[in-house]
Design a protein around this ligand. Structure first.
Ligand code: MN
Length: 287
Protein backbone atom coordinates (compact mmCIF):
# COMPACT_ATOMS: atom_id res chain seq x y z
CA UNK A 1 0.00 0.00 0.00
CA UNK A 2 1.26 3.47 -0.90
CA UNK A 3 0.39 6.02 1.78
CA UNK A 4 0.59 9.81 1.56
CA UNK A 5 0.75 11.52 4.95
CA UNK A 6 -0.26 15.16 5.31
CA UNK A 7 -1.53 17.48 8.05
CA UNK A 8 -2.46 21.08 8.75
CA UNK A 9 -0.22 21.69 11.79
CA UNK A 10 2.89 21.84 9.61
CA UNK A 11 5.50 19.28 8.65
CA UNK A 12 7.37 19.56 11.99
CA UNK A 13 4.36 18.74 14.19
CA UNK A 14 4.90 15.71 16.49
CA UNK A 15 1.48 14.47 15.35
CA UNK A 16 2.56 13.84 11.76
CA UNK A 17 5.72 12.06 12.93
CA UNK A 18 3.66 9.69 15.11
CA UNK A 19 1.18 9.03 12.30
CA UNK A 20 3.93 8.41 9.71
CA UNK A 21 5.65 6.04 12.15
CA UNK A 22 2.56 3.87 12.47
CA UNK A 23 1.68 4.18 8.77
CA UNK A 24 5.07 2.63 7.90
CA UNK A 25 3.80 -0.68 9.34
CA UNK A 26 1.15 -0.75 6.59
CA UNK A 27 3.08 0.30 3.50
CA UNK A 28 5.39 2.86 1.93
CA UNK A 29 5.03 6.40 3.25
CA UNK A 30 5.43 9.76 1.52
CA UNK A 31 5.14 12.81 3.79
CA UNK A 32 4.02 16.02 2.07
CA UNK A 33 2.86 18.74 4.44
CA UNK A 34 2.63 22.53 4.82
CA UNK A 35 5.85 24.32 5.77
CA UNK A 36 3.98 26.37 8.41
CA UNK A 37 0.82 25.79 10.40
CA UNK A 38 -2.39 25.92 8.34
CA UNK A 39 -4.96 25.01 10.98
CA UNK A 40 -8.56 26.13 10.32
CA UNK A 41 -7.73 26.96 6.69
CA UNK A 42 -10.44 24.59 5.56
CA UNK A 43 -10.26 23.49 1.93
CA UNK A 44 -8.44 26.59 0.67
CA UNK A 45 -6.31 26.01 -2.44
CA UNK A 46 -3.58 28.28 -3.77
CA UNK A 47 -4.37 29.54 -7.25
CA UNK A 48 -2.67 32.93 -7.55
CA UNK A 49 0.95 31.78 -7.20
CA UNK A 50 2.84 28.56 -7.97
CA UNK A 51 3.70 25.97 -5.31
CA UNK A 52 7.09 24.49 -4.55
CA UNK A 53 8.44 21.87 -2.20
CA UNK A 54 11.70 21.32 -0.29
CA UNK A 55 12.98 18.10 1.25
CA UNK A 56 13.40 17.89 5.00
CA UNK A 57 13.76 15.12 7.58
CA UNK A 58 11.18 13.73 10.01
CA UNK A 59 12.90 11.11 12.19
CA UNK A 60 14.45 8.66 9.72
CA UNK A 61 12.07 9.68 6.94
CA UNK A 62 12.47 12.17 4.14
CA UNK A 63 9.54 14.55 4.03
CA UNK A 64 8.53 17.39 1.73
CA UNK A 65 7.44 20.77 3.01
CA UNK A 66 5.19 22.80 0.73
CA UNK A 67 4.46 26.55 0.73
CA UNK A 68 0.74 25.85 0.51
CA UNK A 69 -2.41 24.66 2.22
CA UNK A 70 -3.23 21.09 3.32
CA UNK A 71 -5.36 20.58 0.18
CA UNK A 72 -2.45 21.87 -1.97
CA UNK A 73 -0.12 19.37 -0.28
CA UNK A 74 -2.38 16.42 -1.08
CA UNK A 75 -2.83 17.51 -4.71
CA UNK A 76 0.92 17.99 -5.15
CA UNK A 77 1.85 14.90 -3.12
CA UNK A 78 -0.52 12.71 -5.14
CA UNK A 79 0.88 14.16 -8.38
CA UNK A 80 4.53 13.49 -7.49
CA UNK A 81 5.93 9.97 -7.70
CA UNK A 82 3.98 6.71 -7.73
CA UNK A 83 0.19 6.58 -7.45
CA UNK A 84 -1.04 6.81 -3.88
CA UNK A 85 -3.68 4.42 -2.44
CA UNK A 86 -4.66 6.33 0.66
CA UNK A 87 -4.05 9.74 2.25
CA UNK A 88 -3.73 9.99 6.03
CA UNK A 89 -4.09 13.48 7.50
CA UNK A 90 -2.93 14.29 11.03
CA UNK A 91 -2.53 13.44 13.68
CA UNK A 92 -3.97 16.87 14.41
CA UNK A 93 -3.23 18.69 17.68
CA UNK A 94 -6.86 19.38 18.49
CA UNK A 95 -10.13 17.55 17.94
CA UNK A 96 -12.17 17.96 14.76
CA UNK A 97 -15.67 17.07 15.88
CA UNK A 98 -19.04 17.96 14.39
CA UNK A 99 -19.09 21.45 12.92
CA UNK A 100 -15.27 21.50 12.72
CA UNK A 101 -15.57 19.56 9.49
CA UNK A 102 -16.42 22.87 7.80
CA UNK A 103 -13.19 24.68 8.70
CA UNK A 104 -10.70 21.94 9.56
CA UNK A 105 -7.55 21.84 7.41
CA UNK A 106 -6.88 18.32 8.66
CA UNK A 107 -10.17 17.09 7.29
CA UNK A 108 -9.74 19.15 4.09
CA UNK A 109 -6.56 17.23 3.26
CA UNK A 110 -8.46 13.94 3.56
CA UNK A 111 -11.33 15.48 1.60
CA UNK A 112 -8.93 16.50 -1.17
CA UNK A 113 -7.88 12.85 -1.39
CA UNK A 114 -11.51 11.81 -1.80
CA UNK A 115 -11.99 14.50 -4.49
CA UNK A 116 -9.03 12.97 -6.36
CA UNK A 117 -10.65 9.55 -6.21
CA UNK A 118 -8.35 8.32 -3.42
CA UNK A 119 -9.23 7.32 0.13
CA UNK A 120 -8.83 9.99 2.78
CA UNK A 121 -8.63 9.45 6.53
CA UNK A 122 -8.36 12.41 8.94
CA UNK A 123 -7.09 11.77 12.49
CA UNK A 124 -7.27 14.25 15.37
CA UNK A 125 -6.29 14.17 19.03
CA UNK A 126 -7.27 16.43 21.96
CA UNK A 127 -4.91 19.32 22.70
CA UNK A 128 -6.03 21.62 25.46
CA UNK A 129 -3.59 22.81 28.12
CA UNK A 130 -1.65 19.55 27.69
CA UNK A 131 -0.28 18.32 24.35
CA UNK A 132 -1.42 14.88 23.18
CA UNK A 133 0.72 11.92 24.30
CA UNK A 134 1.33 10.50 20.84
CA UNK A 135 3.43 7.57 22.13
CA UNK A 136 0.47 6.44 24.21
CA UNK A 137 -1.87 6.96 21.22
CA UNK A 138 0.24 4.97 18.74
CA UNK A 139 -1.30 1.54 19.55
CA UNK A 140 -4.73 3.12 19.03
CA UNK A 141 -3.69 4.75 15.74
CA UNK A 142 -2.52 1.25 14.68
CA UNK A 143 -5.88 -0.26 15.71
CA UNK A 144 -7.77 2.43 13.76
CA UNK A 145 -5.73 1.88 10.59
CA UNK A 146 -6.01 -1.92 10.90
CA UNK A 147 -9.78 -1.59 11.21
CA UNK A 148 -10.20 0.88 8.34
CA UNK A 149 -7.88 -1.02 5.98
CA UNK A 150 -9.72 -4.31 6.62
CA UNK A 151 -13.26 -3.08 6.09
CA UNK A 152 -15.18 -1.52 3.18
CA UNK A 153 -12.92 1.19 1.68
CA UNK A 154 -15.16 4.25 2.00
CA UNK A 155 -13.73 7.45 0.48
CA UNK A 156 -13.64 9.70 3.57
CA UNK A 157 -13.41 8.94 7.29
CA UNK A 158 -13.03 11.41 10.17
CA UNK A 159 -11.32 9.90 13.23
CA UNK A 160 -11.10 11.58 16.66
CA UNK A 161 -9.27 10.21 19.70
CA UNK A 162 -10.18 10.89 23.34
CA UNK A 163 -7.30 11.34 25.81
CA UNK A 164 -7.56 7.80 27.15
CA UNK A 165 -9.41 5.63 24.63
CA UNK A 166 -11.37 2.58 25.71
CA UNK A 167 -12.33 1.38 22.23
CA UNK A 168 -13.66 2.32 18.80
CA UNK A 169 -17.12 3.39 17.67
CA UNK A 170 -18.76 4.24 14.35
CA UNK A 171 -20.42 7.64 14.76
CA UNK A 172 -22.28 10.37 12.89
CA UNK A 173 -21.21 14.02 12.76
CA UNK A 174 -22.57 16.17 15.56
CA UNK A 175 -24.02 19.27 13.94
CA UNK A 176 -25.13 21.66 16.65
CA UNK A 177 -25.78 25.34 16.89
CA UNK A 178 -22.86 27.52 17.92
CA UNK A 179 -22.88 31.09 19.05
CA UNK A 180 -19.70 32.01 17.11
CA UNK A 181 -18.45 33.88 20.14
CA UNK A 182 -16.20 36.93 19.61
CA UNK A 183 -13.75 37.55 22.46
CA UNK A 184 -12.37 41.12 22.55
CA UNK A 185 -8.80 41.86 23.59
CA UNK A 186 -6.41 44.82 23.31
CA UNK A 187 -3.28 45.29 21.19
CA UNK A 188 -0.21 46.51 23.15
CA UNK A 189 -0.58 49.83 21.29
CA UNK A 190 -4.21 50.16 22.43
CA UNK A 191 -6.12 49.00 19.34
CA UNK A 192 -9.12 46.74 19.86
CA UNK A 193 -8.60 43.15 18.65
CA UNK A 194 -10.89 40.12 18.55
CA UNK A 195 -10.56 36.36 18.84
CA UNK A 196 -13.13 34.33 16.95
CA UNK A 197 -14.05 31.23 18.91
CA UNK A 198 -16.96 28.80 19.00
CA UNK A 199 -19.05 27.64 21.93
CA UNK A 200 -21.58 24.85 21.51
CA UNK A 201 -25.11 25.77 22.58
CA UNK A 202 -26.50 22.24 22.85
CA UNK A 203 -25.43 18.93 24.37
CA UNK A 204 -23.93 16.26 22.13
CA UNK A 205 -26.46 13.80 20.66
CA UNK A 206 -25.99 10.13 21.52
CA UNK A 207 -24.20 8.30 18.72
CA UNK A 208 -22.46 11.43 17.47
CA UNK A 209 -18.70 11.97 17.23
CA UNK A 210 -18.64 14.47 20.11
CA UNK A 211 -20.72 12.21 22.33
CA UNK A 212 -18.37 9.27 21.64
CA UNK A 213 -15.21 11.22 22.49
CA UNK A 214 -16.86 12.66 25.62
CA UNK A 215 -17.51 9.04 26.68
CA UNK A 216 -13.90 8.00 26.03
CA UNK A 217 -14.42 6.24 22.70
CA UNK A 218 -12.45 6.71 19.51
CA UNK A 219 -14.94 8.18 17.03
CA UNK A 220 -14.89 7.10 13.38
CA UNK A 221 -17.34 8.97 11.12
CA UNK A 222 -17.80 8.14 7.42
CA UNK A 223 -18.46 11.35 5.49
CA UNK A 224 -19.66 11.99 1.96
CA UNK A 225 -18.77 14.76 -0.45
CA UNK A 226 -22.34 15.41 -1.60
CA UNK A 227 -23.89 17.74 0.96
CA UNK A 228 -27.10 18.23 -1.07
CA UNK A 229 -30.19 18.33 1.15
CA UNK A 230 -32.10 15.63 -0.78
CA UNK A 231 -35.28 15.82 1.28
CA UNK A 232 -35.31 19.64 1.04
CA UNK A 233 -34.66 19.50 -2.70
CA UNK A 234 -37.58 17.15 -3.24
CA UNK A 235 -39.89 19.45 -1.22
CA UNK A 236 -38.73 22.55 -3.13
CA UNK A 237 -39.34 20.90 -6.50
CA UNK A 238 -42.93 20.27 -5.47
CA UNK A 239 -43.63 23.47 -3.54
CA UNK A 240 -41.87 25.97 -5.84
CA UNK A 241 -41.44 24.44 -9.28
CA UNK A 242 -38.97 26.39 -11.44
CA UNK A 243 -38.15 25.67 -15.06
CA UNK A 244 -37.77 21.88 -14.64
CA UNK A 245 -40.58 20.98 -17.06
CA UNK A 246 -39.19 23.34 -19.74
CA UNK A 247 -35.61 22.17 -19.09
CA UNK A 248 -36.71 18.57 -19.57
CA UNK A 249 -38.25 19.52 -22.95
CA UNK A 250 -35.45 21.66 -24.39
CA UNK A 251 -32.31 20.04 -22.92
CA UNK A 252 -30.56 17.24 -24.69
CA UNK A 253 -30.04 14.15 -22.54
CA UNK A 254 -26.34 15.03 -22.37
CA UNK A 255 -24.61 18.31 -23.15
CA UNK A 256 -22.68 18.61 -26.37
CA UNK A 257 -18.89 18.57 -26.29
CA UNK A 258 -18.87 22.28 -27.10
CA UNK A 259 -21.29 23.19 -24.26
CA UNK A 260 -19.26 21.15 -21.79
CA UNK A 261 -16.01 22.78 -22.93
CA UNK A 262 -17.40 26.31 -22.56
CA UNK A 263 -18.38 25.56 -18.94
CA UNK A 264 -14.93 24.11 -18.28
CA UNK A 265 -13.35 27.27 -19.67
CA UNK A 266 -15.49 29.42 -17.38
CA UNK A 267 -14.35 27.35 -14.40
CA UNK A 268 -10.65 27.53 -15.29
CA UNK A 269 -9.98 30.73 -17.23
CA UNK A 270 -6.29 30.01 -17.90
CA UNK A 271 -5.11 26.80 -19.53
CA UNK A 272 -1.70 25.68 -18.27
CA UNK A 273 -1.31 23.45 -21.30
CA UNK A 274 0.06 25.77 -23.99
CA UNK A 275 -0.39 23.09 -26.65
CA UNK A 276 -4.09 22.69 -25.87
CA UNK A 277 -6.57 23.43 -28.63
CA UNK A 278 -8.31 26.75 -28.06
CA UNK A 279 -11.96 26.24 -27.21
CA UNK A 280 -14.87 27.81 -29.15
CA UNK A 281 -14.66 30.93 -26.99
CA UNK A 282 -10.91 31.32 -27.60
CA UNK A 283 -11.46 31.07 -31.36
CA UNK A 284 -14.25 33.65 -31.38
CA UNK A 285 -12.14 36.02 -29.25
CA UNK A 286 -9.45 36.04 -31.91
CA UNK A 287 -11.88 36.38 -34.79
MN1 MN B 1 -4.32 21.74 13.13
Amino acid sequence: MRILVCNDDGVYSPGIAALADVALEFGSVRIVAPDVEQSSMGHAVTHSRPLSYRPTTIGDLTAFRVNGTPADCVALGAHLGEKVDVVLSGCNMGLNLGNSIWHSGTLAAAKQAALLGLRGIALSAPAGKVDPDFDALKPWIRKVLETLFQTEPLPLINVNFPRQPRGLLWTRASIRHYDGRIVPTTHPLGRELYWFTVRPLEDAEEGSDRWAVEQGWISMTPLRLDVTDDAGLARLRVRTPLDEPVAALVSLPTSTEEEARSVQEDEAPVSLDASAEPGPRGRSDRA
